[in-house]
Design a protein around this ligand. Structure first.
Ligand SMILES: O=P(O)(O)OC[C@@]1(O)O[C@H](CO)[C@@H](O)[C@@H]1O
Ligand SMILES: [Mn+2]
Length: 442
């Protein structure tokens, strides 16, 4: 499977999105993280006293040192703090070293694969925090994830009310009506991915307008649309429900806040429509790419929805808590999702996780980073088939639901990418365009 893989995206390519992310956006994210620690000084003092003050100072100095390493393109150094994945990370760093020849020296920020460098950055932020007890559980991104939720209350309310209405009549919907509702909620989950904080460098990217009304207008921005495949897979299983009592859909989550609400609404619809009988979610074990969902974020958001003053919203929270309690929604934590590996390495690196995913009848991968890891973050030709770019990663029928925020895309029609480059030079990285890209039994 390894034969003839194209080169990785890298900060080596001056002017590329990778280069601009490492040069501009990541220092901005580090500065915001440092600023967040500063602004929580009094809260940390109240909670931990003098020891907390020392810890806050230490974490800030470690993050400042990290920013300096990055901005001066220093060699990438091994992780030093003992943690569950420290050894795997340092093995991967040695692997990156082995790819370089003598003259190249050490792996460096602007000279190593972008995927590795960006993941390493967030793992170093985590290391700075766990090296600073007693604030070693501090999530430097929590405030911005919560802010994204609170600033998106209007569209969240509209979506929850829509779902509650839909659930009242869902038994009476005809096949076609159910399909259309399914497609609408898939599109809402797709566009929920547009607002991620790491793209905006941590600036608020909450959802302002109510996307229910703009779906029609957004359809031309969907470059690959395999949603019919999702419908036929799930609806045919539903028809033969007697002999196939279980349909499990796994959702590999991306961002917390508004996007997570759109994913939970989709997951609720999957159960209420009986297109699925159980949904499994995968989040991140440490704070990741600014807005990615941790188990704390998952539980916090369901609780916030349940506590809403609006009964249309709180009703959803009550149902969602019920699904978790009944084991119909299952949340999985696994360290693999915050390692730097492309997903084709999962059978070797995390065979237990690969075996878990193989139990799903359909896996939905949300977001841009997941797409980059599905396809190895490489400079593929636009027309290379998605199946080929997965490089052997086929745990189950899967679909990427992603807005484009990185200079990598496969499975396009001949000329489609070139045409977009002419009409919209930054179509790969603005998050304006999206895909539903499916890989399953041919
Ligand atoms: O996975 P998400 O949340 O959709 O996107 C995360 C992400 O956009 O942040 C980086 C920019 O720093 C992107 O390259 C990366 O894919
Ligand atoms: Mn993300």
């Amino acid at each position: 499977m390894m034969a003839g893989l194209p080169a990785s995206l890298s900060g080596q390519d001056v002017g590329s999105f990778a280069y601009l992310t490492i040069k501009d956006r990541i220092p901005q994210i580090l500065t915001k993280a440092i600023d967040t620690l500063h602004r929580h000084k009094s809260e940390i003092f109240e909670k931990h006293g003098e020891k907390g003050m020392e810890a806050e100072k230490k974490a800030i100095s470690l993050l400042s040192k990290l920013r300096n390493e990055l901005q001066t393109d220093k060699p990438i150094t091994p992780l030093v703090e003992k943690f569950a994945d420290t050894d795997i990370w340092n093995q991967y760093l040695e692997y990156q070293q082995s790819l370089l020849n003598e003259s190249d020296g050490k792996p460096r920020w602007f000279h190593s694969p972008w995927l590795f460098v960006e993941c390493y950055l967030y793992r170093r932020i985590h290391e700075a925090v766990i090296q600073s007890p007693p604030i070693d559980d501090f999530d430097v991104f929590r405030e911005s994830k919560e802010q994204n939720f609170f600033e998106s209350q209007e569209p969240i309310m509209a979506l929850c009310i829509h779902l509650q209405e839909l659930k009242k009549t869902i038994e009476d919907l005809g096949e076609n009506q159910l399909k259309n509702e399914f497609f609408k909620l898939l599109q809402i989950s797709l566009w929920g991915n547009k607002c991620d904080l790491s793209l905006s460098g941590g600036e608020t990217s909450s959802q302002k307008v109510n996307i229910m009304n703009s779906l029609e207008g957004l359809k031309p921005l969907i470059l690959v649309n395999d949603t019919e495949r999702l419908w036929s897979l799930l609806s045919s299983r539903k028809k033969t429900r007697e002999d196939v009592p279980i349909t499990r859909v796994d959702i590999v989550l991306d961002n917390s806040g508004f996007e997570l609400v759109t994913d939970l609404i989709l997951a609720d619809f999957l159960l209420s429509s009986k297109l699925a009988t159980e949904v499994h979610f995968y989040g991140k074990t440490i704070p990741w790419f600014v807005s990615d969902t941790t188990i704390h974020d998952f539980n916090w958001l369901i609780e916030e929805v349940k506590r809403s003053g609006h009964k249309g919203v709180s009703g959803c929270g009550v149902d969602w808590e019920g699904y978790v309690k009944a084991g119909r929604w299952v949340y999985h934590d696994h360290m693999f999702w915050t390692l730097p590996h492309a997903f084709c390495a999962m059978p070797q690196v995390a065979p237990d996780l690969y075996a878990e995913l193989q139990k799903a009848h359909l896996i939905l991968f949300k977001g841009d980073l997941n797409y980059r890891k599905l396809t190895g973050d490489r400079k593929w030709e636009f027309t290379v088939p998605f199946h080929q770019a997965l490089n052997g990663f086929h745990p189950a029928p899967l679909c990427s639901i992603r807005t484009l925020k990185a200079e990598t895309q496969v499975g396009l029609l001949p000329g489609q990418g070139e045409q977009l480059t002419v009409s919209e030079p930054h179509w790969l990285t603005t998050g304006k365009y999206g895909i539903f890209q499916f890989d399953g039994p041919l």
